[in-house]
Each structure stands twice: as structure tokens, then as C-alpha cells.
Design a protein around this ligand. Structure first.
Ligand code: DGL
Length: 258
């Protein structure tokens, strides 16, 4: 056993979206300490140039490591695309978990299903997603749907508002909604608008996101590396944000039913 076991697990997102991942991590590992850092002062990341996102992500992860985190969860598809590889090279001893849009389970869920992948523009144009596309595009009808303003709408807590509804209506207007079999929520902010998406798209599409998968994988790796907190330990979550005004939103979203 290492002596790091009771150190926190750092969870990072450009803002409040990573709370959708934190909820899954907490459900599986309630005996762990978690330190959540949302970089809301700099969100959204997904419309910024790659180098800027990489620098912001590295800075945030350095902060979490300075706080003594034993592992890092990049609860952000965009930050993962921009910086996971470099971070793993820089910190080979720290488990660094990253996210990618859940295209694989969606593509494999039926016979040539129509799969819409919603994500930030950066996630959809970067190498990581291109490699994923090459593996699965023959198995489905793939439609990429960048949703650049949706991150801001969630950051501004616009869930349930007509403004959000109109944005989503416009976003899906060019698509034949009745043909969508799978909707991949390729950004951790998007599970918070599932209700609105369901209202627009109806019952047909199955929604996919990577949060449960990354939580299970993180638990498995930390177990195997004997880096877990003792089972009888009492877990705790600490929230931090580069924009302190967003702290109430982080707590509110943690109680949001997904
Ligand atoms: N939650 C981030 C993701 O999963 C959003 C990135 C952004 O700030 O644009 O991609």
C-alpha cells in the first residue's frame, strides 16, 4: 500500500460540466476525498485555440497536484483532447483519466444506427476524435454536431428556460430528428440538458455519455494500483472554481438528477 491512499482525487473541467462526472465517481467511491476544480473564469474552452486550452489544462492540473491529489480525472472531453497525452508524459506516476465521446457503444448499439455526436468544436476537430471516427464510422451513420454555445448556457444555469429550448430547436432544425437512433453527449456539460433534449427529440434516441465509464475505469485502476482510501474512510467533496461566483452552481448541479 502506498501512503497516498487518503489523498484526494482531483476532478477537473473547464467549468461546471465535470460535475456530471463527479456525481458518478462519488456514487462508486463514497469513501474517497474529491477536490473538484472548475475553470469557469476561462470557460468555454471548446472555442479556444488548442495551445490555449492545453496551457489552461496544464495549469489547472498543476494546481490539483500542488493540493496533493493522488490521481486526476479530466472530466472534460475538450481538455482531454488538448492535453491528456502531454500530462501523462509529464506525470507518468500519476493516474490521469480522460474522456472521449461515447461513439463506440453508440455505433455498436444496433445495425448501422444513425448516431449524432454533440460536442465542442475542438473535440470534434482534434486528432483523438478523428482516430475514434476512423474506427467506427463504417458501422454507423455518423453526424457531427458542434454545439459551441451550449456550454455557456449551462454555465449560466439556463436549464429549463425558453432560451435554451430555442437554442436546441435551432441546433437540431437541419437534422431529420425522427431518424436519430443515438445521441452522444460528447461534452460533460450536456447531460444537464437531457430533459430539454428529450423534449425536442422524443423517446427514440438512446443517449450516451462517458461519465459512468470513466468512473468505473478510474475505480478499477485505483483498486489495482492499491491507491484507494480505506473502505471505512468517510469521503468528502471540496469544490473550487476560478470564478468563486460559480461555487453555488457547482453545488446545485451536484444535486441535479441526471
Ligand atoms: N465540459 C467540457 C467538455 O466536456 C466543455 C468544454 C468547454 O468549456 O467548451 O468538453
Amino acid at each position: 500500500m502506498t501512503n497516498h491512499n487518503t489523498a484526494p482525487i482531483g476532478v477537473f473541467d473547464s467549468g461546471a460540466g465535470g460535475i456530471s462526472v463527479l456525481k458518478r465517481l462519488w456514487a462508486l467511491m463514497p469513501n474517497e476525498q474529491f477536490l473538484y476544480f472548475g475553470d469557469s473564469a476561462n470557460a468555454p474552452y471548446g472555442t479556444r485555440p488548442l495551445e490555449e486550452i492545453r496551457a489552461l489544462t496544464v495549469k489547472a492540473v498543476e494546481h490539483l497536484l500542488d493540493e496533493g491529489c493522488k490521481a486526476i480525472v479530466l472530466a472534460c472531453n475538450t481538455a482531454t483532447s488538448a492535453a491528456a497525452k502531454e500530462l501523462r508524459e509529464t506525470y507518468p506516476d500519476v493516474p490521469i483519466f480522460g474522456l472521449e465521446p461515447a461513439l463506440k457503444p453508440a455505433a455498436l448499439s444496433g445495425v448501422h444506427p444513425t448516431v449524432v455526436v454533440m460536442a465542442t468544436p475542438l473535440t470534434l476537430r482534434e486528432e483523438k476524435f478523428r482516430a475514434l471516427t476512423e474506427r467506427f464510422e463504417d458501422l454507423c451513420e455518423l453526424i457531427k454536431l458542434p454545439a459551441p454555445e451550449l456550454v455557456e448556457l449551462v454555465e449560466q444555469n439556463k436549464m429549463g428556460t425558453p432560451e435554451l429550448r430555442t437554442y436546441l430547436e435551432d441546433l437540431f432544425a437541419p437534422l431529420d430528428r425522427d431518424k436519430i437512433d443515438c445521441l452522444v453527449l460528447g461534452c460533460t456539460h450536456f447531460p444537464f440538458v437531457k430533459r430539454e433534449l428529450r423534449a425536442i427529440l422524443g423517446d427514440r434516441p438512446v443517449f450516451f455519455d462517458g461519465a459512468v465509464g470513466i468512473a468505473k475505469y478510474a475505480k478499477l485502476v485505483l483498486d489495482l494500483r492499491e491507491m484507494r482510501a480505506p473502505l471505512e474512510a468517510e469521503g468528502e467533496i471540496r469544490f473550487e472554481s476560478s470564478d468563486p461566483e460559480k461555487l453555488p452552481l457547482l453545488r446545485q448541479l451536484f444535486s441535479f438528477e441526471l
